[in-house]
Design a protein around this ligand. Structure first.
Ligand code: SAH
Ligand code: SF4
Length: 420
């Protein structure tokens, strides 16, 4: 396992979070230039905001009003929060702000998918993708700039790790997208543009645990985004101890990126497997089911031509999970990017693989690829993150994956779910 995996964030979750001392205001940088150090209210979930209000000498119930203005109504300027006393507005303006993310690019796909690129400073950018469907609209949110896990098939992983996002930067993606789409779609005050959130953008959410959990709580908060636990999904490459923590702290829906039926192959594809092998991962999934809002765990499986897509490997997957835990398989056609050296499995091969799972009684779907024309598909989120960790060179040096039985065809992906 590589060094960066040791950067796992073990700090306790739960409010109050964020920088609480000193209160914000104008600060002097080392070089003497003035810079703003106002507290970002997007960093605070409702209970942290209550604590913050008390610290500035306000009654804690004001926090609910403030929280609703910010998250429910999308208002960022204290001047516009008309039912707050003028004195409170003036006091807040001196120490705090609602700090929006800075938009670098905003791209729309022909299929309605929308991708925002946000500048998070020092050469780092993150991506957020809005995916409308007939009966829902899903926002795919990033949790880190880059990622330390370094999966072979993931463009974010190829860039290496740059930094964890703050709670305010995580929820700021939803804040921006929800209120932007609401305005564009002409929705009413009590309507919502986004019905589902998936933590499937850039980064490994469970390696940024302390900043993730308050953001999840804001998503679930009725005064915030009011999403049900079933509609908020954390996707993980398998940070076993943090799966257990999430079960205790904020059990939302869980998706696990499996991608291989055995440890030898998974070690190569998802390097964190060397630290938390498949059997331990399945154990954490079993425990998670006690608290999960759904009665199954989703297993994501990226279909790589000739690497992990044979019927025999599908059968090995069946043997792994059948009679152990209820799962739903989501087969993701690989979205290629130049440096990966890997190919997408053909439609026929994906379908044949899915049939083996289905015949064994496992619920299986094939993920539709969306936003291909704007590079918004899974694993294509690259942002502008600089490669600070030399990940690319290490990738090239690491052991090549041996093709098991390559198929020739590599046409575009089927969008049909497999049905039993
Ligand atoms: N780090 C988390 C969440 C972000 S990745 C995780 O790994 O689960 C979200 C999903 O996209 C994961 O299932 C991941 O395996 C998948 N993915 C990554 N790169 C991909 C690619 N190039 N093509 C298709 N899926 C990819
Ligand atoms: Fe990180 Fe997930 Fe990409 Fe793996 S697939 S490198 S864990 S973002």
């Amino acid at each position: 396992m590589r060094g960066q995996l040791e950067t796992r964030d073990d700090s306790p979750a739960g409010p109050p979070q964020g920088r609480m001392l000193p209160l914000g205001g104008k600060a002097q940088s080392a070089k003497g230039a003035h810079m703003t150090s106002l507290d970002n209210l997007l960093d605070f979930d409702q209970s942290a905001l209550k604590a913050y209000c008390e610290r500035v000498g306000e009654k804690s119930f004001r926090a609910t009003q403030l929280f609703r203005w910010i998250h429910h109504r999308g208002v960022g300027s204290f001047d516009d929060m008309t039912d707050l006393a003028r004195s409170l507005r003036a006091k807040l303006a001196g120490v705090a702000e609602v700090r929006p993310l800075s938009v670098m690019a905003d791209k729309g796909s022909v299929d309605g998918t929308r991708k925002w690129l946000f500048d998070v400073g020092q050469g780092n950018a993150i991506e957020t993708v809005y995916i409308p469907e007939d009966d829902r609209a899903t926002l795919c949110i990033s949790s880190q700039a880059g990622c330390a896990v370094g999966c072979r098939f993931c463009s974010t992983g190829h860039q290496g790790f740059s930094r964890n996002l703050t709670t305010g930067e995580i929820i700021g993606q939803l804040w921006h997208a929800e209120h932007r789409m609401k305005a564009e779609l002409g929705l009413g005050a009590n309507e919502r543009a986004i019905s589902n959130v998936v933590m499937m953008g850039m980064g490994e959410p469970l390696q940024n645990y302390s900043q993730l959990v308050p953001a999840l709580r804001m998503m679930l908060d009725d005064h915030g985004y009011g999403l049900s636990r079933r509609r908020v999904t954390v996707s993980t490459s398998g940070v076993v101890p943090m799966i257990d923590r999430l079960r205790e702290d904020c059990p939302v829906a869980l998706a696990v990126s499996l991608h291989a039926p055995d440890d030898a192959l998974r070690d190569m594809l998802v390097p964190i497997n060397k630290k938390y092998p498949i059997d331990e991962l399945l154990g954490a999934c079993e425990r998670y089911l006690d608290a999960a809002p759904r009665d199954f765990i989703t297993f994501e499986y990226c279909m790589l031509d000739g690497v992990n897509d044979t019927p025999a490997q599908a059968q090995a997957l069946v043997n792994l999970v059948k009679n152990r835990l209820p799962v739903k398989f989501n087969l993701i056609p690989f979205n290629p990017f130049p440096e990966s050296g890997l190919k997408r499995s053909s439609d026929a091969r994906v379908r044949a693989f899915g049939e083996v799972l289905l015949e064994a009684g496992l619920v299986t779907t094939i993920r539709k690829t969306r936003g291909d024309d704007i590079d918004a598909a899974c694993g294509q989120l690259a942002g502008e993150v600089q490669d600070r960790t030399d990940a690319q060179r290490r990738m090239t040096r690491s052991i090549p994956i041996v093709a098991v039985a390559p198929s020739n065809a590599n046409p575009s992906v089927s969008s049909q779910p497999l049905k039993q």
